[in-house]
Structures are given as structure tokens and as C-alpha cells.
Design a binder for this molecule. Structure first.
Ligand code: KG4
Length: 340
């Protein structure tokens, strides 16, 4: 029997993506990134993001179809990121996919963006349960426990800023380009952690906090300028990275002490971080737990992961009618609830 061909659209932030998957196999994965444009503003401009998605979506769709050598008539299932993300940006993908599902009279599958980041690890190898997913991105920082497929429990999360957001704000105050994760990570590798920084939520909860760390760096930079001294950029980046990633590692250790876990996976944009990738591997191996580190291409936003999870959801019967709306704050614990 022919397995369904799934086409997915991702437009939750500043990447327009279209991908096609069949039986877990990636037939194509087209992405158009807006980073260069948002860079001029030092962060994502939501209105601009929506406009650029609208301008780019047809081109990215055609590229994905051409690369997969399929036609729209061949697609059996349409999947889309419904949330979380920027509301205007989400709407572009949603309207496009609803139009396609209506024209071709095919099922429509709503996909949770962060759950898809977790499932992107299945491009490496199968998920094994129970599992701890460390979800770290520009908009979210969560420790997610999964007892089985499609079952997500948030066991710890940031009480304020996301870790990626903190990287981006710190980069801005240090005069580094947006997005700030990679430039800070690179500089940190050349520095020594000599600066003393606060250690927020140094307690036995599984929650994290980043706003105090961000404020401490802003104050430190202003104070240093005021007294006419120079910042040692590489050392400050190394100190910040040690603390920012250290918090994730500490809370992950606590989670592993408390929950039975067979596998640890990283998910989201900050999983590209060199220190995090290296240290999570060491942590899991020391405990004899399996680990998946996503390939770099899967750390940034892409539609391949949306198509992969969309395919799994479709086989579970998770489909929506055409009244589907976007949900910028959709909780990962409710990925099969989307009726407005
Ligand atoms: O998953 P993503 O696109 O964010 C959301 O959609 O919310 O991830 C983007 C975030 C940005 O904040 C960026 O600075 C961060 O991931 N990032 C990194 C690294 N590469 C990207 N953070 C730390 N170290 C990196 N190497």
C-alpha cells in the first residue's frame, strides 16, 4: 500500500519553510530565512516577518515540490505549525495550508512547533521512552518529560525570559549581531569565565530564570563604561555562557535524579550551542542514558520536523477541519486540543 505523502508549512517566526515527507523519509526541505533583514533591527520585527512570509511562501512551496519531484495533486496530507509563535507569522502558513487542503480536499493536521523540535531528533534515531527533552529556544525554555509518544509533561520551565532571548539581549548590549547565540558561543570558546555573575533560582525546583542574568550583564556593561574601563568581551561571553548553559545542565541533572529516563534529547535553536551539546552528552553518558543531539540543520526552524510529526499525528487520527486558528501560546501538554 502506498504510504501518504505529507507536505508541511512552517512560518512561526522568521523562517519560511516547506517540506515533504513520506514514511519518515525526507523528500525535500526548503527554507527561506529572513535573518538578514531582521538583523538590521537587532531582533525579529513581527509585522515584517508576516509580510516576508507572504512574499516568500509560494517560492518556497514550489522549491519543495520541485526538489521532491511531486505535484500538489500527489500530496495526501497537509500539515502546518499552529503555534507557538508570532500570531501574524503563524497566520500566513495557516491560511496557505488551509487553502491547499480545501482545494485538494485533503486532511489538515495542526502541529505544535516545540513538539516538532523534539521529534526532529527522529531524523537521527527513534525516540525511546521515558524521555527527557530539553527544549531551549528563542521563545521557550522547558524541561519536558515524555512517558510515551505524543505525551508531554512540562516538569520545569523558565519563570521569565527564554534562554535564547537572553542570549539575543546580551548580544545586543555587547554590540554583537542578531541572533546573538552563535557570536556569543564563538567568543565564549576563546575566553575564560572570569566575571562573577548571579545564579538565579539556585534551588531544588526544576524551574529556570534568565531575566536577572540579563539585567546583571546590562548593569555590568554600563558600570564598566561609566568608570572608563574596558570589557573583556571573550571573558564576559565565557562567563555568561557558563552561567546560562550551567543553569540548564543543573536543572536537567535534578530532573534525571527525580524521573526515570531512558533517553535525553535536545530541541530548539539553543541546542546549537557548543557547550550544551558537549555537556549534555557527558551527562547522559555518565549516567548510562541514551542521548540524541539534533543535527545543526534541525536546530533552526524548519518544516521537515513539522512534516515528520504531522505524519505521526495523521496516523493517530489527529486532523482538523478548516476552521482551525493559530495559537501563539499553545501549550505542549495540549497538542491534540485545537478546537477554537
Ligand atoms: O528555535 P529558535 O529559532 O527560536 C524560536 O523559534 O523561538 O532559536 C533561535 C534562538 C535565538 O535566540 C538564537 O540566539 C539561539 O537560538 N541560538 C543559540 C545558538 N545558536 C542559536 N544560542 C546559544 N548558542 C548558540 N550556538
Amino acid at each position: 500500500m502506498k504510504q501518504p505523502i505529507v507536505l508541511a508549512i512552517e512560518s512561526s517566526c522568521d523562517e519560511t519553510g516547506v517540506a515533504i515527507v513520506q514514511e519518515g523519509r525526507l523528500l525535500s526541505n526548503a527554507v527561506s530565512t529572513q535573518v538578514a533583514i531582521h538583523q538590521k533591527f537587532g531582533g525579529v520585527m513581527p509585522e515584517m516577518a508576516s509580510r516576508l512570509h507572504t512574499e516568500n511562501i509560494t517560492m518556497v512551496l514550489n522549491e519543495a515540490l520541485e526538489n521532491a519531484k511531486v505535484k500538489l495533486e500527489d500530496i495526501d496530507v497537509f500539515a502546518v505549525t499552529r503555534g507557538p509563535g508570532l500570531i501574524g507569522a503563524l497566520h500566513v502558513g495557516l491560511q496557505a495550508i488551509k487553502t491547499l487542503a480545501a482545494i485538494y480536499d485533503k486532511p489538515l493536521v495542526p502541529v505544535h512547533h516545540l513538539a516538532a523540535h523534539i521529534y526532529a531528533n527522529e531524523f537521527v534515531k527513534p525516540l525511546v521512552f521515558p524521555l527527557l527533552a530539553i527544549v531551549v529556544s528563542g521563545g521557550n525554555t522547558e524541561l519536558v518529560y515524555m512517558k510515551e509518544h505524543l505525551d508531554f509533561q512540562i516538569i520545569g520551565e523558565t519563570r521569565d525570559d527564554a534562554v535564547g532571548e537572553c542570549y539575543d539581549k546580551v548580544a545586543r548590549v555587547l554590540g554583537l549581531p542578531y541572533p546573538g547565540g552563535l557570536p556569543i558561543d564563538r567568543l565564549a570558546q576563546t575566553g575564560t569565565p572570569t566575571y562573577k555573575l548571579p545564579h538565579p533560582l539556585n534551588d531544588d525546583s526544576l524551574d529556570l530564570s534568565y531575566s536577572g542574568l540579563k539585567t546583571a550583564i546590562i548593569n555590568l556593561v554600563h558600570h564598566t563604561k561609566q568608570i572608563g574601563e574596558e570589557i573583556h568581551l571573550a571573558n564576559l561571553c565565557a562567563s555568561f555562557q557558563q552561567r546560562a548553559i550551567g543553569m540548564i545542565l543543573e536543572k536537567s541533572q535534578l530532573a534525571l535524579d527525580r524521573y526515570p529516563v531512558q533517553q535525553v534529547v535536545l530541541a530548539g535553536g539553543v541546542s546549537a550551542n557548543s557547550l550544551l551539546r558537549q555537556q549534555i552528552k557527558v551527562m547522559a553518558e555518565t549516567r548510562g542514558i541514551d542521548v540524541i543531539i539534533p543535527p545543526m540543520w534541525a536546530c533552526t526552524d524548519n518544516a521537515a520536523m513539522i512534516a515528520l510529526l504531522g505524519e505521526r499525528l495523521y496516523h493517530k487520527g489527529v486532523v482538523s477541519d478548516l476552521s482551525l486558528g493559530a495559537d501563539p501560546g499553545w501549550s505542549i501538554e495540549r497538542i491534540t486540543s485545537f478546537n477554537s
